[in-house]
Design a binder for this molecule. Structure first.
Ligand code: ADP
Ligand code: MG
Length: 386
């Protein structure tokens, strides 16, 4: 939808013009899966698909929110002076953002808010963070609150943790807020320090595909908690706060100790985390020296580790990786929490069409839903557009 169309939708719904328009993108994680649970490094990038939030001040302390992606839902009224009143459905996200902003000491004005998103929901591309960040930016702009991008990311994460009840890490919100075009964001999830690494796939004659498998396996929710617990047990076996604290050169000894104290399964979960941490740093090194094509092998190694050691892949994600690699991709791996959602594929630009064809053909033969394949470029982070 164009900016003019969005503005017209706002005017139709609320009988006045929007005063601010903000946008925040979804993300894919290039490498560094489940490392954020261990205070480690992640390396996401923003995708071109974004969520827009249009807003205008109200004279009262009410937030009225509507979504063009939930056209059948009536607008929800959220009383800013009743922070404990339950808010159900998708409106829990904007309500959570307003509450987290106020809890952080920022006084928010009442507002009419309309959101509209290009980020597929529930595909592992972080439509929830895009929604939170777009709304947070719009509310800050209306309320005269001036916060650094990472500060907004932290508030959005706290909103999702505390008020929506999803125990997500900081990666999604940090990527949405802090990414810049043609770069991937190396984020230290412990210190929140960031480094922008050049990632101009097109300029390198390459393409980055996102393949949304359009499946979400029920196992995902309980498995997330299990994996969290395994990571904690592994750290406890070493007497450290988080697996992040294991140096690469000490990894073998650490894994032996974890195996002896906490058993084979916990050791394998830890082996993924430690090897993934090394892969993030290796990828960062390659990107820092302009060797984008060389990260392909690292991506595949990451997938194998997630599949075999961390065990969060699924048949559909494995099929994307196998068919992409069989048809000439440089690298491919599941991205996000797993058990469905999306995979990414890195390939030379001239191979992309063949890869999409092969992935689709193999999904057809396997009797799976048709996957959604689209090329992405590393895109700009959240911004105020008007
Ligand atoms: P992901 O972040 O991977 O897309 P989540 O389950 O974390 O998946 O977040 C998806 C939820 O976020 C949706 O179920 C919905 O409640 C909310 N959401 C995201 N974008 C929108 C939108 N444009 N309009 C309404 N709700 C949205
Ligand atoms: Mg999410």
């Amino acid at each position: 939808m164009t900016a003019a169309e969005l503005g017209a939708q706002f005017a139709t719904r609320y009988h006045r013009d929007a005063a601010v328009v903000c946008a925040a993108p979804g993300r894919v994680n290039l490498i560094g899966e489940y490392t954020d649970l261990n205070e480690g490094f992640v390396l996401p990038l923003a995708i071109p698909q974004a969520t827009h939030a249009l807003a205008a001040i109200r004279p009262d302390r009410v937030l009225r929110v509507a979504s063009l992606d939930r056209r059948d839902d009536p607008a929800t009224l959220i009383d800013l002076d009743q922070p404990d009143a339950p808010v159900t459905g998708w409106a829990a996200y904007p309500a959570a953002v307003a509450r987290a902003l106020e809890e952080a000491g920022h006084c928010i004005t009442g507002a009419d808010v309309l959101v509209s998103s290009e980020v597929p929901t529930g595909a592992g591309l972080s439509s929830s963070a895009a929604l939170e960040c777009a709304v947070a930016l719009a509310l800050c702009a209306l309320s005269g609150v001036d916060l650094a991008p990472m500060a907004i990311a932290q508030i959005a994460q706290r909103a999702e943790n505390r008020y929506v009840g999803v125990p997500c890490g900081i990666m999604d919100q940090a990527a949405s807020m802090c990414a810049i075009a043609e770069h991937a964001l190396l984020l230290d999830t412990r210190t929140l320090s960031v480094r922008q690494l050049p990632f101009d796939v097109r300029g390198a004659g390459l393409g980055l595909l996102v393949v949304d498998t359009r499946v979400k396996h029920a196992l995902g929710d309980s498995a997330y908690g299990d994996r969290r617990a395994a990571c904690r047990r592994a750290a406890a076996a070493l007497g450290i706060v988080a697996l992040r604290d294991v140096e690469v050169r000490d990894a073998d000894a650490a894994l032996e100790q974890i195996g002896a104290k906490a058993g084979e399964e916990v050791m394998r979960r830890a082996r993924h985390v430690l090897s993934e941490q090394a892969r993030v740093l290796e990828t960062a090194e390659l990107l820092g020296t302009g060797r984008i094509a060389d990260i392909g092998e690292v991506l595949v190694a990451g997938h194998i580790s997630l599949r075999d050691d961390f065990q969060v892949s699924c048949a559909e994600l494995d099929l994307v990786v196998d068919s992409a690699m069989d048809s000439g991709a440089l690298g491919a791996r599941m991205t996000g929490a797993g058990f469905g959602g999306s995979a990414i594929v890195l390939a030379t630009a001239s191979h992309l069409a063949d890869i999409v064809e092969e992935v689709e053909a193999r999904f057809r033969s396997a009797g799976y839903k048709t996957p959604l394949c689209f090329a992405v470029a590393a895109s700009a982070g959240a911004r105020r557009e008007r």
